[in-house]
Ligand binder design. Sequence first.
Ligand SMILES: *[C@@H]1O[C@H](CO)[C@@H](O)[C@H](O)[C@H]1NC(C)=O
Ligand SMILES: *[C@@H]1O[C@H](CO)[C@@H](O)[C@H](O)[C@H]1NC(C)=O
Ligand SMILES: *[C@@H]1O[C@H](CO)[C@@H](O)[C@H](O)[C@H]1NC(C)=O
Ligand SMILES: *[C@@H]1O[C@H](CO)[C@@H](O)[C@H](O)[C@H]1NC(C)=O
Length: 643
Amino acid sequence: MRYSWLSVLLVLTVASLTGLATPLPQPWNDISVKHAWKTVPDNWECLGPPPIGITIDLYIALQPKEENVLMEALYEVSTPGRPKYGKHLSKEEVAKLVEPHPDTLELVHSWLAHHGVHSSSISTSHGGGWLTVTDVPVYRANELLSASYQLYRLAGTNDTAILRTVGYALPKVLHAHVKTVAPTTFFASARTLQLTPHGHSSRAAGAPEKAASRGPVSVLSSRDEDTTPEELRWLYKTYTYKPTALTKNAIGIVGLNNEFPSPTDLDMFMSVFRPDTDPDEVTFTVELVNGGQYDPSWPGTEASLNMQYAQAIANPTPHIFYSIGGGLRWSLANNEPIAGDEYLMWMAHLVPKEKIPQTMSVSYGVNEKDVPAEYAWSVCGMFMQLGARGVSILFSSGDNGVGVGNCQDTSGRVRFIPKFPATCPYITSVGGTTSSLPEVAAELSGGGFSNYFARPAYQNVVVPAFLRSLGNQYDGMYNPGGRGVPDVSAQALNFVIVTNTNPFRVNGTSCATPTVAGIISLLNDYLISEGKDPLGFLNPWLYTTDEGMFGLNDIKSGSNPGCGTDGFTAIPGWDPVTGLGTPDFFELLHVLLRTRTGPGNQRRTFRDVFNKSDTAATRDAKGMDEYFLINSSTRSTPAYKHD
Ligand SMILES: *[C@@H]1O[C@H](CO)[C@@H](O)[C@H](O)[C@H]1NC(C)=O
Ligand SMILES: *[C@@H]1O[C@H](CO)[C@@H](O)[C@H](O)[C@H]1NC(C)=O
Ligand SMILES: *[C@@H]1O[C@H](CO)[C@@H](O)[C@H](O)[C@H]1NC(C)=O
Ligand SMILES: *[C@@H]1O[C@H](CO)[C@@H](O)[C@H](O)[C@H]1NC(C)=O
C-alpha cells in the first residue's frame, strides 16, 4: 500500500485545525516541508502505525555558527604543503567549529519545549553539532515534525520493520537552523545498506574440517584466479613490512546487519594465509553500538571478509570491530521497529572518544538517490569531523558499475546511480580491479558522479581531464559537476574467505576496501612509529601524489557497465571506474619518506622496512621469480607475477 505524502499532510493539517481549540502562537504553526518523498520509496511496504507506547530518539543536525569552518580546517590539515598539514584537531577543537549559534540552540529548545519535550531528554551529541532527543512518543514526534511515522518493511521479506515517515515539515523559522532530523525519510535497513558479497558467495572446493588447532590447513584454495592475502601482499608490495606501532595505531572495521566475524574463522584463515603471524596476535576487539550484538557462533560473510582481509594486510595492528545495531535477527516476533540509524549511531559512539582508530574500513552503502540530500550532507559532515581529527575513512564504491537496473527516472530518462557514502567528498571511496600485470577494472566496480556533492577542489585537475576524453557520451545521464567516485581501487574478485569454518569465494568492492584500508593502516603505522602524525583524510594527499603518478598503479582498461549501458571506461589517469588506481605501498612509503620524515631522520629506514635479505629469502621460499627490489627504476613495472 502506498500513501501519498501530500494526502498525509492534508489529513494532518485538517486534524490540527479541527483538533485545537486555540490556534498555535507564531512562529511554530507556520510550517513548511523539510523533506518528503512523493510516495513510499520503492520496495518498502507500510505495515501501519507502530504499537502504542513506542518511542523514538530523534537526532537534529544544527547549523554551525559559521558555515564551512570545519571544511576549511579539514583541508588545512589534510593538504600537503599547507602550514598545518598533519596537525589534526582535537575533539574539543572540532567541537568549537561545529558549535551552533546560541540563537539556534535557544530557538530549537523553545520549539521542543512548546511541544512538551522536557529539557532533561535533550542532549548535545555528535561532537556538539547535533541534539539528541530521547524517548519521544511517536504521537509527539508526529506532532513536532508534522509527520506520519509508520512501520515499514522491505517488501517480500520478514525483516524487522523500520519506523519512518514519508515526509516531515518544520516551522519555517527553523529551516535556517536545522539541517536535518533523523530518523525521518531515510528509508534504509541493514539489508539495503549492504553492498556485497556480490551475487552471493560460492562455496570453495574442499571445505576443511573445523581446525582443532592451528596448523597447516592445506585444503583452502587455490585456483589460479583466486585472490589470497599472499597475492595481494606481493601485488601491492606490503610483503616485508612489519607493523610496530601496536600500542598507538589501530584499524576499525564497521559491521552492520548484526553480522560478525568469528575468531575461529579468523584463526583458520590466518593459519593458512599468514602462517608467519603469531596466533596470540590474531585477534580483534568488539565494540557494540546501538544495541549491536556479537555472537561469533553466527559469523557472517561480509564481516568475515572485512576482518580477514584487513588482518591479512595489517596484522598485528589492533583491529576493532564495530557491531552497529539495527539488524534483522531479533524482534521478528514482536512488532518493534529497529532503533536508531546506523551511520548516526556509529558517529555518536565514535566522536566523543579521545582516541579513534586512525583507519576505518566500511563496506556498506546505498543508492545515493534513496538518501535525502540533507541527510547525506549531515552524515557526510560527520565524516568530515573524523577526517579533521586524523582518521582515514574508506568506503566501498558499490558493486553495480554505474548503476543497477534500467536506472530510468519517472520521465523514463536514464540516470546513473552512484552510491552513498562513497559520494561524500570527505571519505576515500574504493573501487575494484581484477587480473594482474596489468590490473584491469572489475566490471562490478561502482563509479560515477554525485548528484548531491559538487566536485571537490582536489579533483579539479583529474576529473575535467576525464570528462574531456569522454566527450558527449552519456550527456544527461550523470552530473559532470559532481564529486567523482571512486578515488582508488584494489582487487575485488574471487577473494577466498572462511565463514563458519567453510571457505567461500566472494566478489565485490567489499573485498577491495579492507585491502586498501589495511595498506593505509600500514602507512599510518610507519608514520606513527616515526613519531609523525597519521595520514588522516587521504584525498588531498592522494590526488597530489597522482601528479607524479607515484604510489598508485594507474589502471588503464576495463569498464563498469550498468543501467543498460557500457558504463565508463578506465583510461590513463583518473577515471570513474578505478579512480587514481591501486596502491603501491612501496612507492607510497617512498613518498612519505621524502615528504614526512625527511632523509636521514628515520628510525626505520627504507632498507629496514624493505629488508632486502628478508625479501630475497621470502622470495626464494615462495618460489616467486620476480619481486620488488630496492631499486627505484622498478617504479613503473609492477613486479608481481603469477607463478
Ligand atoms: C514470512 O513469514 C511467514 C510466516 O512465518 C512465512 O509464511 C513466509 O514465507 C515468510 N516470508 C519470507 C519472505 O520469508
Ligand atoms: C566473481 O566474479 C567472477 C568473474 O566474473 C566469476 O567467475 C565468479 O563466479 C564470481 N563469484 C561470485 C561468488 O559471484
Ligand atoms: C633482515 O632479514 C634478515 C633475514 O630474515 C634478518 O636476519 C635481519 O636481521 C633483517 N635485518 C633487519 C635490519 O631487520
Ligand atoms: C634496477 O633495475 C634495473 C632494471 O631491472 C637494473 O638494470 C639495475 O641494475 C637495477 N639496479 C640496482 C641498483 O639493483
